[in-house]
Design a protein around this ligand. Sequence first.
Ligand SMILES: Cc1cc2nc3c(=O)[nH]c(=O)nc-3n(C[C@H](O)[C@H](O)[C@H](O)COP(=O)(O)O)c2cc1C
Length: 376
Amino acid sequence: MSMPLLLEPLTMRAASARNRLWLPPMCMYSVDAEDGKVTDWHVQHYATRALGGFGTVVVEATAVAPNGRLSPRDLGLWDDAQVEGHRHLVDAVHAGGALAGIQLGHGGRKAGTPPWLPTVPRSEARTSTLEGWDLVAPSALAYPGHAVPRALTLEEADDVVAAFAAAARRAVQAGYDLVELHGAHGYLIHQFLSPLSNEREDTLGGSPQGRRRFALETVRAVRRVLGEGPEGRVLGIRLSATDWVEGGLTAEDTAVLARELVEEGVDVLHISTGGNVPASLPTGPGYQVRFAAQVRQAVAGMTTTGGGSPVVVAVGRLESGAQAEQVLVTGQADAVAVGRYALRDPYAPLRWAHELGVNDWQQAGFPAQYWRGVWA
Ligand SMILES: Cc1cc2nc3c(=O)[nH]c(=O)nc-3n(C[C@H](O)[C@H](O)[C@H](O)COP(=O)(O)O)c2cc1C
């Protein structure tokens, strides 16, 4: 049978995902010993989503430095001792038939808050900065409710770039197929990009070009680690396409940035929005898809340094197979990420495939063991 586009394979450099459904990074705040190490929880959580049929499973924001953690219970890859746990996680995701990706990030001025815990309603969770946290940022401007960060020196900013590269090297050692840089949601890379959080006048600020430099330098350093040619590992970046407020980043800024990122070695642009300053945003079904479409338009016709076409991933309240398929068929994105829905239903890809009329489990690359569950 002909497959829905959603279930067509997606090739990025040497890696091929069985379909176009992504599990986006979602912090689980489940590191027991506050040492950044993978636990059984992480392995089971991600492996379940791989068995559930996602083509690409991206592990949550993983810190490149201890002070870059969003909370003390975040994952890390700042130390070689953290690699082993990630190796188990990658093996489990691969056994479920998915590509394994990891999001590398640094929280900057939004780092160091108490973790969200399942027992505390989100509305009551405290988000102020933990006492004594070494909070750093492009400029000494606080995110509302958080402590005032210290502005990074140029040398310290170089050290953070090097930390991203070192964490990427560890991700390669662990076997990840894909590294996604966290350039969205008001974390460090986004803080450098946005005029609302970057008031520097040196080479890392002062103009749109200056504000883009930290992101581009990070991409360059990480690309070197991942390998340059078609055999290099896949490099993605998550961007907030807009700050949703006057004077902040706009879709036009993001279009310029997206082209430069592809020229520097990015293969995947994962398009989200917001998070750098408090803003009210529409959160209905598909609320961010139009931004992915604009980025896709901006990079149309470009070739990545690996020789392929840039891949654009849309995310945000994509909650049915038909809706996700529509995003792809109408050319708004190359892949779709499904976050909160996949917390409720890890088997969304299998369910959606069934709803879209797919009856060839083998062709779809889904676990043969689960075939009886659908066609009993
Ligand atoms: C519990 C939770 C944790 C999240 N953690 C991350 C993260 O680590 N990195 C990131 O880029 N986005 C994170 N997000 C945002 C999601 O990846 C996704 O972009 C967002 O939930 C919108 O997609 P959805 O409507 O399909 O859930 C998180 C979201 C949730 C609900």
